[in-house]
Design a protein around this ligand. Structure first.
Ligand code: C2E
Ligand code: CA
Ligand code: CA
Length: 458
């Protein structure tokens, strides 16, 4: 019965296509483009297509219900259709994607196209009433213009505009890009790097290195921070600066986060079993992972799997994360993480805008003073003033402190003298692969008389 209905529907759409044109919006767009492309040789018209998508649409999907989203999309579609010419073809394709085939009668060239795209963005930016509030959205636009030298068809031109839209969205919000062949090469390279990175997480090619942290009052190891590294077969060690943005953009940070959590707890278990005491391991978590409603359960399960107590784990979060409102899912998750008994470190402190009161209300155990304040703190007076203010505030709030990126013994000594609790940086050790971390820890823990242990503190 189902196959009969499917067959019938295919026949009906085929007949409709012949008499009234295609009913599928994508096909309508391609038809309009093909039509313009056919005429352009004798009319000298350009075929132009614009693809628009709502910036950060996944945030909207997460925070609003289906009815609100449908309303927003409808308002946007009406606005675009209402403000463009009757001969421009406007259709909504997958989800939040709008496509416009610009009427060849406009006779647009590049300059006119820019005016048109800006007008579309302005229209979209007007507040959308939603119950008692108003929602503000923005669009990223990609455009493709037919080229006199190339024999492209409508489908290819639409794909080019999509590529330009991806490039626009990659570069920020409210961006506009016009397609070029280099763009396609760049996007193809990013796509293959993403596929490779996902495989590398699965196979363990991307894994945790560890950087030791010292307690500045006892000179003992107080923890290690797990930092992601990609041991690429051909390219060698690739730093997170290269692959994190690609994972982040593709919404794949959860996969990395879980792998790093497991690597870290596995290493801690191994060190415990080898009688090498490391009080805690710190794992970095992005805003994306911190939004996961299952995060606390995952952490609990993983701690149990490695037979470790929650106080052995530190979650590092960026200062920008706590600048959010109390009802943000991230804040709720962080309270739950702290209730379980894990520690929370505020990373890159001083670079975001977390209000002191927010930190106070919030279960932060330690702030990590950003390297930009610590660098040359032993000799630079303005650095000293900044660092002293941060240390004073932390002391007032009874929050522990760690100096990030210490590169000289003199910087460590200055931080210790002024009451900073912990330090981490190249002066102590670089991030190390797991096996080398164990060797480093063993050496460091040898009694002073046997070890090459540096004396950071007098
Ligand atoms: P971060 O969390 O602030 O990590 C500290 C960064 O400073 C690391 O860079 C570390 O190698 C570097 N560093 C440590 N000591 C020194 C020093 O003395 N001098 C200098 N110049 N640099 C020092 P890395 O490993 O390249 O990581 C960069 C950022 O990538 C990290 O900054 C963190 O935000 C992010 N990241 C790394 N691994 C992960 C991960 O597994 N998950 C998430 N979400 N983010 C990660
Ligand atoms: Ca960190
Ligand atoms: Ca940091």
């Amino acid at each position: 019965m189902r196959s009969f209905l499917h067959h019938l529907w295919t026949r009906i759409t085929a007949v409709l296509n012949v008499f009234v044109g295609p009913t599928d919006p994508r096909e309508q767009i391609i038809d309009a483009l093909d039509d313009t492309l056919k005429r352009r040789y004798y009319d000298c018209y350009n075929a132009i297509v614009i693809v628009a998508e709502i910036d950060n649409f996944h945030d909207l999907r997460r925070t609003r219900n289906g009815k609100d989203i449908r309303h927003v999309l409808r308002v946007l579609e009406d606005r675009l259709k209402g403000d463009l010419l009757i001969r421009d073809v406007v259709r909504r394709l997958d989800g939040d994607q709008f496509v416009c085939v610009v009427s060849p009668l406009r006779g647009l060239v590049r300059a006119g196209l820019l005016d048109l795209t800006m007008m579309i963005q302005d229209k979209a930016a007007e507040p959308i009433p939603l119950g008692d509030e108003e929602l503000q959205i923005s669009l990223s636009l990609g455009c493709a213009i037919s080229s006199p030298e190339q024999q492209e068809d409508g489908e290819e031109l639409l794909e080019s505009a999509r590529v330009a839209q991806i490039e626009a969205a990659n570069q920020g919000v409210s961006m506009i890009r016009v397609y070029s062949t280099e763009m396609k090469e760049r996007i193809d390279a990013r796509r293959s790097l993403l596929a490779e990175a996902l495989r590398a997480i699965k196979t363990g090619e991307i894994h945790a290195y560890f950087q030791p942290q010292l307690c500045l009052s006892t000179n003992e190891v107080s923890g290690v921070e797990a930092l992601a590294r990609w041991n690429h077969k051909i390219r060698g060690v690739i730093s997170p600066a290269e692959f994190l943005p690609i994972l982040e953009e593709a919404g794949m940070m959860r996969q990395l986060g879980l792998a790093m959590l497991r690597d870290s707890l596995r290493a801690l278990r191994k060190w415990d079993d080898a009688n090498v005491h490391v009080p805690r391991v710190s794992v970095n978590m992005s805003a994306f992972e911190l939004r996961d409603p299952n995060l606390v359960d995952i952490i609990r399960l993983e701690l149990d799997a490695f037979d470790l107590t929650p106080d052995r784990l530190v979650i590092e979060i960026l200062e920008t994360v706590v600048a959010r409102g109390a009802d943000d899912p991230i804040i709720r998750n962080l309270h739950a993480i702290s209730d379980v008994g894990c520690n929370i470190d505020l990373d890159d402190f001083g670079t975001g805008h977390a209000a002191i009161t927010t930190i106070q209300n919030f279960s932060v155990n330690r702030i990590k003073i950003d390297r930009s304040f610590v660098s040359h703190v032993d000799v630079d007076e303005s650095q000293q003033q900044m660092v002293n203010t941060i240390l004073m505030v932390a002391k007032g709030l009874s929050i522990e402190t760690l100096a990030e990126g210490v590169e000289t013994t003199s910087e460590i000594q200055h931080m210790a003298k002024n009451g900073c609790g912990h330090a981490q940086g190249f002066a102590i050790a670089r991030p190390l692969p797991p096996a080398e971390t164990l060797t480093w820890l063993r050496d460091y823990n040898l009694p002073q008389v046997f070890a090459q242990r540096p004396r950071y503190l007098q």
